[in-house]
Design a protein around this ligand. Structure first.
Ligand SMILES: [Mg+2]
Length: 290
């Protein structure tokens, strides 16, 4: 544990199946049905999947063609970003009633530091409950909250009891919680890294803790230090309301792998164009683009 006399109170709020839930809210006929938001073309990918769709193994970033195979009754709804953005503004204004230390990660999730808050509520759990209630009243949507002493644990916690979850990891429980946490649930450990760790015999936080920092750096580069620290509950990153965007990316998911070099070059060139276009757009409307 970090050597701090007083713990910080960090909340991570994450809307549940955000885009899909907004569509189900606005089109009652979609309620209870396996809905995904995304394009309908061959190359489209799922931008969001309702919980009903997830039961069929349909998840975001999956190629739409595959999603349809998994769920023949899938309802594909085009996205309405302007609506999602306005809902996002609604929830952020709720957050700001409690603290100005709000760091959005995307349209539908944010970290809040409520150690000192505008309402002088000493319990972060009470604040999270309040926020969930307000979000429901104002938007008719549910969200999940994770509460702990730092961003890493709050983020992992919010994902544990979705949807409509509220998970608190108290300081005294952090060590046991992280020891028992499967490494694929560690934020920042993707599929590839998880596989690599498992090959090294690392399955849970407790296994990760047994690895020396040098060893982790050797296998995972600079992320090694991060893994070394987070499995010990160490994460000093501040909730920073004016986080500066450090990267931007475009991507394409293919139904089948590409082996033809000419085709690969063409795809790469298209992606570069798209990236350039996006960059110019971001520069033009920096403050609005999150
Ligand atoms: Mg979400």
């Amino acid at each position: 544990m970090p050597e701090e006399t007083a713990y910080r109170k960090i909340i991570h709020i994450d809307m549940d199946a955000f885009f899909a839930s907004v569509e189900q809210r606005d089109q009652p006929a979609l309620k209870g049905r396996p809905v995904v938001v995304g394009g309908d073309s061959k190359r489209s990918v799922v931008a969001a999947a309702s919980y009903e769709a997830r039961k069929y193994g349909v998840f975001s970033a999956m190629p739409m063609a595959l999603a349809r195979q998994k769920c023949p009754d899938l309802v594909i709804v085009p996205h309405r970003f302007s609506i999602y953005k306005s809902v996002s503004q609604q929830i952020r204004s709720i957050f700001h009633q409690y603290t100005d230390l709000v760091e959005p990660l995307s349209l539908d999730e944010a970290y809040l530091d409520v150690t000192h808050n505008k309402k002088n509520i000493p319990s972060a759990t009470l604040i999270a409950r309040d926020i969930k209630q307000r979000v429901w009243e104002d938007t008719n949507l549910t969200c999940s909250a994770g509460i702990s002493t730092n961003k890493f644990i709050a983020k992992v916690a919010s994902g544990l009891n979705k949807p409509d979850g509220l998970t608190i990891i108290k300081p005294s429980k952090i060590e046991a919680f992280l020891d028992e946490l499967p490494i694929e649930k560690f934020f920042g450990v993707g599929k590839v890294t998880a596989q690599k760790m498992q090959n090294l015999g690392i399955f849970y936080g407790s296994d990760l803790k047994k690895s020396a920092m040098q060893e982790l750096i050797h296998h995972f580069g600079k992320s090694g230090k991060y893994y070394y620290e987070v499995c010990r509950g160490i994460d000093h990153r501040e909730v920073s309301p004016d986080r500066i965007r450090k990267s931007i990316s475009v991507e394409r998911t293919f139904e089948e792998n590409i082996y033809d070099q000419q085709r690969a070059t063409q795809v790469l060139s298209d992606l570069c164009n798209e990236l350039g276009h996006l960059l110019r757009k971001v520069i033009r409307r920096e403050e609005h683009y999150i």
